[in-house]
Design a binder for this molecule. Sequence first.
Ligand SMILES: Cc1cc2nc3c(=O)[nH]c(=O)nc-3n(C[C@H](O)[C@H](O)[C@H](O)COP(=O)(O)OP(=O)(O)OC[C@H]3O[C@@H](n4cnc5c(N)ncnc54)[C@H](O)[C@@H]3O)c2cc1C
Length: 391
Amino acid sequence: MKRQVIVVGAGPAGATAAFYLARAGIDVMLLDKESWPRDKPCGDGLREPIWSLYRDMGVWEEVLQYSTPSTGVLLGAPNQTFIKLYSEMAPLCGPRKIIDHIVAKAAEREGAEFIQNFEVTALIIKRGSVKGVVGVYRGQPARIEADVVVVADGSHSRLSHQLGLFNEDPDLVFYGARGYFEDIGEMTDLTEFFYNDIFYPTGYMWVFPMSGTKGNVGAFITEGALQRSGMRLEDLFDWWRDNTALGNKRLRNARLLGEIKGWRLPACREPWDNYAAGALVAGDAGNMIEAAFGGGQDLAMLAGKDAAETIIEAREIGDYSAETLSRYKKKLIDSQKGIYDIFNLGREYALTEPDDLNELVRIFKDKAESEKIPLENVLADWVMLKMQKMS
Ligand SMILES: Cc1cc2nc3c(=O)[nH]c(=O)nc-3n(C[C@H](O)[C@H](O)[C@H](O)COP(=O)(O)OP(=O)(O)OC[C@H]3O[C@@H](n4cnc5c(N)ncnc54)[C@H](O)[C@@H]3O)c2cc1C
Protein backbone atom coordinates (compact mmCIF):
# COMPACT_ATOMS: atom_id res chain seq x y z
CA MET A 1 0.00 0.00 0.00
CA LYS A 2 1.36 3.49 -0.82
CA ARG A 3 -0.06 6.79 0.42
CA GLN A 4 0.90 10.39 -0.25
CA VAL A 5 1.29 11.31 3.42
CA ILE A 6 1.23 9.35 6.67
CA VAL A 7 0.82 11.23 9.94
CA VAL A 8 1.82 9.25 13.05
CA GLY A 9 -0.06 10.38 16.18
CA ALA A 10 -3.50 12.00 16.26
CA GLY A 11 -2.87 14.44 19.13
CA PRO A 12 -3.02 18.21 18.54
CA ALA A 13 0.06 18.21 16.26
CA GLY A 14 -0.83 15.23 14.09
CA ALA A 15 -4.56 15.89 13.79
CA THR A 16 -3.90 19.49 12.77
CA ALA A 17 -1.37 18.41 10.14
CA ALA A 18 -3.84 15.83 8.79
CA PHE A 19 -6.64 18.42 8.74
CA TYR A 20 -4.71 20.93 6.63
CA LEU A 21 -3.30 18.26 4.30
CA ALA A 22 -6.79 16.88 3.70
CA ARG A 23 -8.16 20.37 3.15
CA ALA A 24 -5.59 20.81 0.36
CA GLY A 25 -6.91 17.62 -1.29
CA ILE A 26 -3.87 15.52 -0.34
CA ASP A 27 -4.30 11.80 0.38
CA VAL A 28 -3.45 11.51 4.08
CA MET A 29 -3.60 8.65 6.55
CA LEU A 30 -3.64 9.53 10.27
CA LEU A 31 -2.47 6.67 12.50
CA ASP A 32 -2.77 6.41 16.29
CA LYS A 33 -1.94 3.53 18.59
CA GLU A 34 -4.86 4.17 20.96
CA SER A 35 -8.63 3.60 20.76
CA TRP A 36 -10.32 6.98 20.64
CA PRO A 37 -11.43 9.04 22.47
CA ARG A 38 -8.19 8.65 24.43
CA ASP A 39 -7.02 10.57 27.49
CA LYS A 40 -3.75 12.49 27.75
CA PRO A 41 -2.40 13.81 31.08
CA CYS A 42 -2.50 17.59 30.74
CA GLY A 43 -3.53 20.79 32.50
CA ASP A 44 -6.14 21.03 29.71
CA GLY A 45 -5.23 24.72 29.27
CA LEU A 46 -6.11 25.96 25.78
CA ARG A 47 -4.23 29.19 25.21
CA GLU A 48 -5.05 32.05 22.90
CA PRO A 49 -2.68 31.18 20.00
CA ILE A 50 -4.86 28.19 19.04
CA TRP A 51 -8.25 29.84 19.26
CA SER A 52 -7.96 31.14 15.71
CA LEU A 53 -6.94 27.67 14.51
CA TYR A 54 -10.06 26.16 16.08
CA ARG A 55 -12.11 28.82 14.30
CA ASP A 56 -10.41 28.10 11.00
CA MET A 57 -11.01 24.36 11.45
CA GLY A 58 -14.71 24.99 12.17
CA VAL A 59 -14.59 23.51 15.70
CA TRP A 60 -14.51 26.64 17.88
CA GLU A 61 -18.17 26.41 18.99
CA GLU A 62 -17.74 22.75 19.90
CA VAL A 63 -14.51 23.49 21.83
CA LEU A 64 -16.30 26.25 23.76
CA GLN A 65 -19.18 23.94 24.56
CA TYR A 66 -16.89 21.49 26.37
CA SER A 67 -14.42 23.85 28.00
CA THR A 68 -14.51 26.30 30.90
CA PRO A 69 -13.46 29.92 30.40
CA SER A 70 -11.31 31.75 32.90
CA THR A 71 -11.26 35.49 33.51
CA GLY A 72 -7.60 35.83 34.41
CA VAL A 73 -4.73 34.43 36.38
CA LEU A 74 -3.91 34.02 40.08
CA LEU A 75 -0.18 33.95 40.78
CA GLY A 76 0.70 32.49 44.17
CA ALA A 77 4.22 33.37 45.35
CA PRO A 78 6.50 31.07 47.37
CA ASN A 79 5.94 33.21 50.51
CA GLN A 80 2.20 32.39 50.15
CA THR A 81 1.10 35.87 49.09
CA PHE A 82 -0.80 36.05 45.83
CA ILE A 83 -2.05 38.43 43.17
CA LYS A 84 -5.14 38.21 40.93
CA LEU A 85 -4.78 39.61 37.44
CA TYR A 86 -7.36 39.94 34.76
CA SER A 87 -6.69 38.77 31.19
CA GLU A 88 -8.79 38.40 28.07
CA MET A 89 -6.26 35.82 26.95
CA ALA A 90 -6.51 33.52 29.98
CA PRO A 91 -6.66 29.87 28.85
CA LEU A 92 -9.84 27.85 28.53
CA CYS A 93 -9.80 24.56 30.40
CA GLY A 94 -10.89 21.80 28.01
CA PRO A 95 -10.50 18.09 28.88
CA ARG A 96 -8.07 16.50 26.44
CA LYS A 97 -10.17 13.38 26.08
CA ILE A 98 -12.89 15.49 24.48
CA ILE A 99 -10.99 18.32 22.78
CA ASP A 100 -8.40 16.10 21.04
CA HIS A 101 -11.21 13.96 19.70
CA ILE A 102 -13.00 17.04 18.34
CA VAL A 103 -9.86 17.99 16.38
CA ALA A 104 -9.18 14.43 15.15
CA LYS A 105 -12.81 14.11 13.97
CA ALA A 106 -12.46 17.43 12.14
CA ALA A 107 -9.44 16.01 10.26
CA GLU A 108 -11.49 12.96 9.37
CA ARG A 109 -14.44 15.07 8.15
CA GLU A 110 -12.02 17.04 6.00
CA GLY A 111 -11.01 13.79 4.26
CA ALA A 112 -8.13 12.28 6.27
CA GLU A 113 -8.35 8.53 6.84
CA PHE A 114 -8.07 8.06 10.62
CA ILE A 115 -6.89 4.59 11.70
CA GLN A 116 -6.91 3.82 15.44
CA ASN A 117 -5.07 0.99 17.25
CA PHE A 118 -2.21 1.17 14.75
CA GLU A 119 1.10 1.22 16.61
CA VAL A 120 3.95 2.39 14.42
CA THR A 121 7.18 0.69 15.45
CA ALA A 122 9.63 2.21 12.96
CA LEU A 123 10.06 4.41 9.92
CA ILE A 124 10.98 2.80 6.63
CA ILE A 125 14.20 4.49 5.51
CA LYS A 126 15.59 3.85 2.01
CA ARG A 127 18.79 5.47 0.76
CA GLY A 128 18.67 8.02 3.58
CA SER A 129 15.08 9.10 3.00
CA VAL A 130 11.94 8.23 4.97
CA LYS A 131 9.54 6.24 2.77
CA GLY A 132 6.78 5.07 5.11
CA VAL A 133 6.15 3.19 8.34
CA VAL A 134 5.97 -0.31 9.73
CA GLY A 135 3.93 -1.28 12.74
CA VAL A 136 1.32 -3.50 14.28
CA TYR A 137 -2.37 -3.28 13.41
CA ARG A 138 -4.93 -5.59 15.01
CA GLY A 139 -2.14 -7.88 16.16
CA GLN A 140 -0.70 -8.22 12.65
CA PRO A 141 2.49 -6.70 11.24
CA ALA A 142 1.70 -3.86 8.84
CA ARG A 143 3.71 -1.81 6.35
CA ILE A 144 2.59 1.34 4.56
CA GLU A 145 4.76 3.33 2.16
CA ALA A 146 4.34 7.06 1.67
CA ASP A 147 6.00 10.03 -0.04
CA VAL A 148 6.45 11.74 3.30
CA VAL A 149 5.74 11.08 7.00
CA VAL A 150 4.76 13.57 9.70
CA VAL A 151 6.11 12.31 13.04
CA ALA A 152 3.74 13.50 15.80
CA ASP A 153 3.91 10.61 18.26
CA GLY A 154 4.33 12.73 21.37
CA SER A 155 6.93 13.16 24.09
CA HIS A 156 8.05 9.52 24.22
CA SER A 157 8.57 9.54 20.44
CA ARG A 158 10.49 6.55 19.20
CA LEU A 159 10.38 7.83 15.62
CA SER A 160 12.18 11.12 16.24
CA HIS A 161 14.80 9.10 18.15
CA GLN A 162 15.14 6.90 15.06
CA LEU A 163 15.76 10.04 13.00
CA GLY A 164 18.26 11.39 15.54
CA LEU A 165 16.05 14.46 15.94
CA PHE A 166 15.09 14.16 19.61
CA ASN A 167 16.89 17.08 21.19
CA GLU A 168 17.21 16.21 24.88
CA ASP A 169 18.41 19.26 26.77
CA PRO A 170 18.64 18.12 30.42
CA ASP A 171 17.86 21.66 31.65
CA LEU A 172 14.63 21.59 29.70
CA VAL A 173 13.16 18.23 30.61
CA PHE A 174 10.15 18.61 32.89
CA TYR A 175 7.72 16.24 34.53
CA GLY A 176 4.05 16.95 34.99
CA ALA A 177 1.21 15.21 36.79
CA ARG A 178 -2.48 15.89 36.73
CA GLY A 179 -5.52 14.90 38.78
CA TYR A 180 -9.15 15.97 38.53
CA PHE A 181 -10.38 17.06 41.98
CA GLU A 182 -13.82 17.82 43.39
CA ASP A 183 -14.52 20.10 46.41
CA ILE A 184 -11.46 22.28 45.93
CA GLY A 185 -11.38 25.04 48.54
CA GLU A 186 -11.56 28.75 47.65
CA MET A 187 -11.93 27.99 43.93
CA THR A 188 -11.95 31.05 41.72
CA ASP A 189 -12.73 31.47 38.04
CA LEU A 190 -9.03 32.18 37.53
CA THR A 191 -6.31 29.97 36.11
CA GLU A 192 -4.19 29.50 39.24
CA PHE A 193 -0.41 28.99 39.45
CA PHE A 194 1.23 28.37 42.83
CA TYR A 195 5.00 28.68 43.18
CA ASN A 196 6.98 27.37 46.13
CA ASP A 197 10.59 26.98 47.19
CA ILE A 198 11.17 23.34 46.32
CA PHE A 199 9.87 23.41 42.73
CA TYR A 200 12.36 26.05 41.57
CA PRO A 201 13.44 26.91 38.94
CA THR A 202 10.21 27.40 36.99
CA GLY A 203 7.99 24.67 38.48
CA TYR A 204 4.60 25.21 40.10
CA MET A 205 1.33 23.61 41.16
CA TRP A 206 -1.74 24.61 39.19
CA VAL A 207 -5.50 24.68 39.68
CA PHE A 208 -7.46 25.22 36.47
CA PRO A 209 -11.18 25.74 37.04
CA MET A 210 -13.66 23.37 35.42
CA SER A 211 -17.06 23.82 36.98
CA GLY A 212 -18.20 24.93 40.43
CA THR A 213 -15.74 23.32 42.82
CA LYS A 214 -14.15 20.96 40.29
CA GLY A 215 -10.75 21.59 38.76
CA ASN A 216 -7.75 20.18 36.99
CA VAL A 217 -4.94 20.22 39.56
CA GLY A 218 -1.35 19.49 38.67
CA ALA A 219 2.36 19.73 39.27
CA PHE A 220 5.00 20.94 36.82
CA ILE A 221 8.63 20.51 37.83
CA THR A 222 12.07 20.11 36.27
CA GLU A 223 13.64 16.68 36.32
CA GLY A 224 16.46 18.09 38.54
CA ALA A 225 14.10 19.64 41.13
CA LEU A 226 12.07 16.43 41.29
CA GLN A 227 15.22 14.42 41.99
CA ARG A 228 16.33 16.92 44.66
CA SER A 229 12.91 16.76 46.35
CA GLY A 230 13.33 13.00 46.84
CA MET A 231 9.61 12.61 46.10
CA ARG A 232 7.60 10.89 43.41
CA LEU A 233 5.50 13.08 41.15
CA GLU A 234 2.24 12.04 42.79
CA ASP A 235 3.66 12.85 46.27
CA LEU A 236 3.95 16.53 45.32
CA PHE A 237 0.19 16.99 45.73
CA ASP A 238 0.25 15.87 49.36
CA TRP A 239 3.42 17.86 50.00
CA TRP A 240 1.75 21.01 48.64
CA ARG A 241 -1.40 20.44 50.73
CA ASP A 242 0.54 19.73 53.94
CA ASN A 243 3.34 22.30 53.65
CA THR A 244 1.90 25.44 52.08
CA ALA A 245 -0.96 27.69 53.22
CA LEU A 246 -2.41 28.18 49.73
CA GLY A 247 -2.12 24.48 48.88
CA ASN A 248 -3.81 23.58 52.14
CA LYS A 249 -6.75 25.88 51.38
CA ARG A 250 -7.23 24.29 47.95
CA LEU A 251 -6.75 20.59 48.74
CA ARG A 252 -7.61 20.20 52.44
CA ASN A 253 -11.09 18.85 51.73
CA ALA A 254 -10.66 18.04 48.06
CA ARG A 255 -11.46 14.59 46.65
CA LEU A 256 -9.41 13.08 43.85
CA LEU A 257 -11.58 11.81 40.99
CA GLY A 258 -9.87 8.87 39.33
CA GLU A 259 -6.09 8.81 39.55
CA ILE A 260 -3.14 11.16 39.27
CA LYS A 261 -1.37 10.67 35.95
CA GLY A 262 2.18 11.75 35.20
CA TRP A 263 3.99 12.36 31.94
CA ARG A 264 7.17 13.82 30.53
CA LEU A 265 7.43 17.30 29.01
CA PRO A 266 10.35 17.92 26.64
CA ALA A 267 10.78 21.66 26.14
CA CYS A 268 12.90 24.02 24.08
CA ARG A 269 13.64 27.74 23.84
CA GLU A 270 13.31 28.20 20.07
CA PRO A 271 12.38 26.33 16.89
CA TRP A 272 15.15 24.13 15.58
CA ASP A 273 15.78 21.58 12.79
CA ASN A 274 12.78 19.26 12.97
CA TYR A 275 13.08 17.83 9.48
CA ALA A 276 14.86 15.06 7.55
CA ALA A 277 14.56 13.73 4.02
CA GLY A 278 10.97 12.50 3.73
CA ALA A 279 9.92 13.45 7.28
CA LEU A 280 8.85 16.36 9.48
CA VAL A 281 8.58 16.21 13.27
CA ALA A 282 5.82 18.16 15.06
CA GLY A 283 4.69 18.77 18.65
CA ASP A 284 6.17 17.00 21.68
CA ALA A 285 7.99 14.55 19.40
CA GLY A 286 10.03 17.62 18.41
CA ASN A 287 10.42 18.98 21.99
CA MET A 288 8.21 21.95 21.18
CA ILE A 289 6.86 22.69 24.67
CA GLU A 290 7.79 26.13 26.04
CA ALA A 291 9.99 26.12 29.12
CA ALA A 292 8.17 28.58 31.39
CA PHE A 293 4.73 27.03 31.94
CA GLY A 294 5.00 23.76 30.02
CA GLY A 295 2.29 24.61 27.51
CA GLY A 296 2.54 22.77 24.24
CA GLN A 297 -0.84 22.26 22.60
CA ASP A 298 -0.71 25.61 20.83
CA LEU A 299 2.89 25.08 19.68
CA ALA A 300 2.00 21.54 18.54
CA MET A 301 -1.00 22.70 16.50
CA LEU A 302 0.91 25.58 14.92
CA ALA A 303 3.65 23.10 13.98
CA GLY A 304 1.08 20.68 12.55
CA LYS A 305 -0.24 23.41 10.29
CA ASP A 306 3.29 24.45 9.28
CA ALA A 307 4.17 20.83 8.51
CA ALA A 308 1.09 20.52 6.28
CA GLU A 309 1.94 23.73 4.43
CA THR A 310 5.56 22.61 3.92
CA ILE A 311 4.36 19.32 2.44
CA ILE A 312 1.84 21.07 0.18
CA GLU A 313 4.69 23.21 -1.24
CA ALA A 314 7.07 20.24 -1.56
CA ARG A 315 4.41 18.26 -3.40
CA GLU A 316 4.05 20.99 -6.02
CA ILE A 317 7.66 20.42 -7.03
CA GLY A 318 7.65 16.69 -6.26
CA ASP A 319 10.67 16.98 -3.98
CA TYR A 320 10.77 15.75 -0.37
CA SER A 321 14.52 16.15 0.14
CA ALA A 322 15.81 17.54 3.43
CA GLU A 323 16.69 20.74 1.62
CA THR A 324 13.14 21.35 0.42
CA LEU A 325 11.62 20.28 3.75
CA SER A 326 13.95 22.68 5.58
CA ARG A 327 11.36 25.35 4.68
CA TYR A 328 9.52 23.95 7.70
CA LYS A 329 12.00 25.59 10.06
CA LYS A 330 11.39 29.01 8.52
CA LYS A 331 7.64 28.52 8.97
CA LEU A 332 8.14 27.44 12.60
CA ILE A 333 10.20 30.54 13.25
CA ASP A 334 7.40 32.71 11.84
CA SER A 335 4.61 31.02 13.79
CA GLN A 336 6.30 29.98 17.06
CA LYS A 337 9.30 32.17 17.79
CA GLY A 338 7.26 35.09 19.16
CA ILE A 339 5.60 32.70 21.62
CA TYR A 340 8.92 31.23 22.80
CA ASP A 341 10.42 34.73 23.17
CA ILE A 342 7.67 35.80 25.56
CA PHE A 343 7.90 32.63 27.65
CA ASN A 344 11.71 32.80 27.71
CA LEU A 345 11.41 36.30 29.20
CA GLY A 346 8.96 35.04 31.81
CA ARG A 347 11.30 32.18 32.69
CA GLU A 348 14.34 34.41 32.90
CA TYR A 349 12.87 37.38 34.78
CA ALA A 350 10.08 35.98 36.94
CA LEU A 351 10.63 32.29 37.54
CA THR A 352 14.33 31.76 38.18
CA GLU A 353 14.52 32.63 41.90
CA PRO A 354 11.75 32.25 44.51
CA ASP A 355 12.20 35.91 45.47
CA ASP A 356 11.23 37.06 41.96
CA LEU A 357 7.58 36.23 42.44
CA ASN A 358 7.53 37.32 46.10
CA GLU A 359 8.68 40.74 44.93
CA LEU A 360 6.35 40.87 41.93
CA VAL A 361 3.33 40.24 44.16
CA ARG A 362 4.54 42.80 46.73
CA ILE A 363 4.98 45.52 44.11
CA PHE A 364 1.76 45.03 42.15
CA LYS A 365 -0.75 43.61 44.65
CA ASP A 366 -2.25 46.89 45.94
CA LYS A 367 -2.70 48.24 42.44
CA ALA A 368 -4.26 44.96 41.25
CA GLU A 369 -6.74 45.05 44.14
CA SER A 370 -7.84 48.62 43.48
CA GLU A 371 -8.14 48.45 39.69
CA LYS A 372 -8.51 45.82 37.00
CA ILE A 373 -5.00 45.59 35.59
CA PRO A 374 -4.30 43.09 32.84
CA LEU A 375 -1.77 40.34 33.43
CA GLU A 376 0.07 41.28 30.24
CA ASN A 377 0.74 44.86 31.53
CA VAL A 378 2.03 43.64 34.90
CA LEU A 379 4.40 41.14 33.29
CA ALA A 380 5.70 43.74 30.82
CA ASP A 381 6.25 46.28 33.67
CA TRP A 382 7.94 43.60 35.75
CA VAL A 383 10.38 42.64 32.98
CA MET A 384 11.25 46.33 32.45
CA LEU A 385 11.87 46.76 36.19
CA LYS A 386 14.12 43.71 36.32
CA MET A 387 16.06 44.78 33.24
CA GLN A 388 16.66 48.23 34.74
CA LYS A 389 17.85 46.62 37.98
CA MET A 390 20.24 44.32 36.19
CA SER A 391 21.72 46.99 33.89
C1 LIG B 1 0.93 17.03 33.06
C2 LIG B 1 0.95 17.89 31.81
C3 LIG B 1 0.24 19.08 31.78
C4 LIG B 1 0.22 19.85 30.60
N1 LIG B 1 -0.56 20.97 30.57
C5 LIG B 1 -0.70 21.66 29.42
C6 LIG B 1 -1.64 22.73 29.33
O1 LIG B 1 -2.37 23.04 30.27
N2 LIG B 1 -1.73 23.39 28.14
C7 LIG B 1 -0.97 23.04 27.05
O2 LIG B 1 -1.09 23.68 26.00
N3 LIG B 1 -0.10 22.01 27.11
C8 LIG B 1 0.04 21.30 28.25
N4 LIG B 1 0.88 20.22 28.30
C9 LIG B 1 1.63 19.85 27.10
C10 LIG B 1 0.73 19.15 26.08
O3 LIG B 1 0.05 18.08 26.71
C11 LIG B 1 1.53 18.63 24.91
O4 LIG B 1 2.40 19.65 24.46
C12 LIG B 1 0.63 18.20 23.75
O5 LIG B 1 -0.13 17.07 24.10
C13 LIG B 1 1.47 17.88 22.51
O6 LIG B 1 0.66 17.36 21.48
P1 LIG B 1 1.23 16.26 20.48
O7 LIG B 1 0.20 16.09 19.43
O8 LIG B 1 2.60 16.60 20.09
O9 LIG B 1 1.39 14.93 21.36
P2 LIG B 1 0.30 14.04 22.12
O10 LIG B 1 -0.84 14.86 22.52
O11 LIG B 1 1.04 13.28 23.15
O12 LIG B 1 -0.21 13.05 20.99
C14 LIG B 1 0.63 12.03 20.48
C15 LIG B 1 -0.24 10.93 19.93
O13 LIG B 1 0.60 9.95 19.31
C16 LIG B 1 0.10 8.67 19.59
N5 LIG B 1 1.24 7.74 19.49
C17 LIG B 1 2.33 7.69 20.30
N6 LIG B 1 3.18 6.73 19.88
C18 LIG B 1 2.61 6.18 18.78
C19 LIG B 1 3.01 5.13 17.91
N7 LIG B 1 4.16 4.48 18.09
N8 LIG B 1 2.19 4.80 16.89
C20 LIG B 1 1.02 5.45 16.70
N9 LIG B 1 0.59 6.45 17.51
C21 LIG B 1 1.38 6.81 18.53
C22 LIG B 1 -0.47 8.78 21.00
O14 LIG B 1 -1.45 7.79 21.23
C23 LIG B 1 -1.04 10.20 20.99
O15 LIG B 1 -2.42 10.20 20.66
C24 LIG B 1 0.94 19.43 29.47
C25 LIG B 1 1.68 18.24 29.51
C26 LIG B 1 1.67 17.48 30.66
C27 LIG B 1 2.43 16.19 30.68
